[in-house]
Ligand binder design. Structure first.
Ligand code: GRF
Length: 217
């Protein structure tokens, strides 16, 4: 069984989807600790409701990024964490953290990377005029939203979308792909070759998507 540590700052719907997958028997993993920089994060309540240990380290306690990250690494190691799962953690990790868990940190990002890294991505995707956006689970490297891509879901952008409506539809897909990425990792099916992640016995879709749909197709 895979031991994971989840890092959160906010509402924790992705954390919830991981908890639900584990409890449903779809993901053979155990969350040994949920760590947050924000004592008010609703994600902490979700963890507590499921009897999962929580830990808060605020920026005020350790203002220097490297000190913060060193402490976080200590906590994760003390809890036997094999895979670090970033689920809405609003801090950029320093090399101190990334090097402590090489190819053992995942992040979820609400766009189809490498398009729209960073923040405010739903608005940026709409304003760009793109017909598709989506979400990406990737390994974390020392850049921001640049690591090798594991799984993506594509979400069409509608003419009447606002950043909020698009965010909601993308979030629904995030909750499907994050547990799946963790499952693939736990089953030892992911290997990284340069920027590419190979998936042993992956099932790859045949079809294509066109938006707007073409009549008679
Ligand atoms: C999600 O949109 C995720 O893609 C991004 O942060 C948000 C976290 O949402 N990295 P939640 O806290 O899991 O609800």
């Amino acid at each position: 069984m895979l031991t994971i540590g989840v890092l959160v700052s906010g509402s924790g719907t992705n954390l919830q989807s991981i908890i639900d997958s584990i409890e449903a028997g779809c993901l053979d993993a155990r969350i040994s600790v949920v760590l947050s920089d924000n004592p008010q994060a609703h994600a902490l309540k979700r963890a507590e409701e499921h009897g999962i240990k929580t830990c808060v380290i605020t920026k005020k306690e350790l203002p220097k990024r490297e000190d913060y990250d060193r402490r976080a690494v200590e906590v994760l190691n003390a809890h036997g964490v094999e895979l670090v799962v970033l689920a809405g953690f609003m801090r950029i990790l320093s090399p101190v953290f990334v090097r402590a868990f090489p190819l053992r940190i995942m992040n979820i990002h609400p766009s189809l990377l490498p398009a729209f890294p960073g923040l405010d991505v739903h608005r940026k995707a709409i304003e760009s005029g793109a017909r598709f956006s989506g979400c990406t689970v990737h390994f974390v490297d020392e850049g921001v939203d640049t690591g090798p891509i594991i799984i993506q879901a594509v979400v069409p952008i509608r003419d009447d979308d606002t950043p909020e409506t698009l965010r909601q539809r993308i979030l629904t897909e995030e909750h499907r792909i994050y547990p799946e990425a963790i499952r693939l990792f736990g089953e030892g099916r992911l290997t990284v070759e340069g920027r590419r992640v190979r998936i042993r016995e992956g099932r790859f879709p045949e079809g294509v998507l066109v938006n707007p749909a073409i009549e008679d197709e």
